[in-house]
Write a protein that binds this ligand. Structure first.
Ligand code: HEM
Length: 404
């Protein structure tokens, strides 16, 4: 079949590279959900995009047909090797998750609370004292790097190095600078190598240290392949970084647009966890995680050939009017909030969701408790695919007289 004929048959042809505002991407996604829920774009070498909740769930429910190991994100950014757990399919994926999951149990996450609060307050209070600034550059893009550097139990000098490289890696991803992504990715591999060498020389308690636990893991009596342990550490350094770094600014924009909501939450800070959950639905930071079908499939009445990347547009699924009433509105305590897909579903469901919730509720709590008012103070800038969120959010902040 000629390319022209294929192109003529393709549904939609939206361009994910169009510049976006805080509202515009959701207008495009709402239009696609109505008009062309299984959309196609020629951009990024061509990909499919599922915008409806039911279609995304269908794919996530069948990991044998829809694999992650070919291309796990649109556009493809992994140039430098296989990194578990995201790049592997079950059963190869399973032993990595068995180890990682032990570090994010309810008890483990609860024990992280004082550490998360300290890192949050240490970075946030100077921002409040300064009367504000760009909450993305001054806080949100630095915050996860500070946490994860500590998570790997490394000496202070290496922590500083991790923070610095992850910040550059984050910026390279956001500006789609492929060369810089490759360079910083390789630097992160060097860090991961150094952490592994240190643990091989001197193992730590497998209950306290992820690297030691991965090295000690036996699967069918065998150690995990060392290149994949390396890939896992390299993955874990950054996997929890991007979403919080762009999501915090998105929450701030919405709060500035709704001062009444700021007042409501400040008056009763016990509402913060429910607010974060609704924000995860409304301001979902991912829209480009992907799968590839191993055979020709039909989704939502559309035939999709084998081997073509399929983006799972979580940000759109979470505003699907077929599931969520009044989907563009923030509704505190939504009855079916547990159906949101911000953390995915199935074997690759976010391993760090407990820590993510702790980070985000701590940030929102401390931001509200330490301020009387936050207001926008200039133009915001949005990320691009595969994320949805903010890169720049200038804020004017009125500090609270006493911390609530
Ligand atoms: C706002 C915060 C976060 C959001 C919205 C989020 C979302 C997600 C999503 C949607 C996936 C699934 C990807 C897929 O379907 O292929 C994922 C995977 C993952 N996330 Fe998160 N994440 C967040 C924070 C974190 C944090 C703080 C960590 C901690 C280290 C983390 C660790 C991981 C890991 C290890 C995976 C891979 C799981 C696997 O492939 O088995 N995430 N995350």
């Amino acid at each position: 079949m000629s390319n022209e004929r294929v192109a003529a048959q393709l549904p939609s042809d939206f361009d994910p590279r169009e510049p976006e505002t805080f509202e515009s991407a959701h207008e495009v996604m709402a239009d696609l959900r109505q008009r062309c829920p299984v959309a196609h774009s020629q951009v990024f070498d061509g990909f499919w995009a599922l915008t409806r909740h039911a279609d995304v769930v269908e794919v996530l429910s069948d990991h044998r047909t829809y694999v992650t190991s070919v291309q796990n994100v649109v556009p493809k950014v992994a140039f430098t090797g296989r990194r578990p757990p995201l790049h592997l399919d079950p059963p190869e994926h399973t032993p990595y998750r068995q180890v990682i999951n032990r570090f994010f149990t309810r008890d483990k996450v609860a024990a992280m609370e004082p550490w998360v609060r300290r890192v949050t307050v240490d970075l946030l209070q100077p921002f409040v004292d300064a009367g504000g600034g760009d909450i993305c550059a001054d806080f949100a893009h630095r915050y996860p790097g500070h946490l994860f550097a500590d998570f790997f139990n490394v000496p202070e000098a290496m922590s500083v190095q991790i923070r610095e490289i992850t910040a550059r890696y984050d910026m390279a991803l956001q500006s789609a600078d492929d060369e810089q992504v490759k360079t910083t990715s390789l630097e992160l591999y060097e860090i991961a190598r150094a952490i592994i060498d240190a643990r091989k020389a001197e193992p730590m308690d497998v209950e306290d240290d992820l690297t030691s636990a991965l090295l000690a893991k036996r699967h069918h009596g065998e150690p995990l392949p060392e290149d994949l342990v390396l890939g896992t550490i390299r993955q874990m350094i950054v996997v929890g970084m991007i979403a919080p770094s762009i999501f915090i600014g998105s929450m701030a924009v919405h709060l500035c647009q709704h001062p009444d909501l700021q007042d409501q939450l400040r008056a009763d800070l016990s509402l913060v966890p429910a607010a974060v959950e609704e924000y995860l639905r409304l301001l979902t930071p991912y829209r480009g995680f992907a799968r590839t079908a191993v055979t020709d499939v039909e989704i939502g009445g559309q035939r999709i050939p084998a081997d073509e990347p399929i983006a799972l547009v979580y940000a759109s699924a979470n505003r699907d009017e077929a599931v969520f009433d009044d989907p563009h509105t923030f509704v505190l305590g939504r009855p079916n909030i547990d159906r949101h897909l911000a953390f995915g579903m199935g074997p690759h469901r976010c391993a760090g969701e407990g820590l993510a919730r702790l980070m985000l509720t701590t940030v929102l709590h401390e931001l509200l408790a330490r301020t009387e008012r936050i207001e926008l103070d200039g133009d915001i800038r949005m990320t691009r695919w595969p994320e949805w969120g903010t890169l720049r959010v200038p804020l004017r902040v009125t500090g609270a007289e006493a911390v609530r």
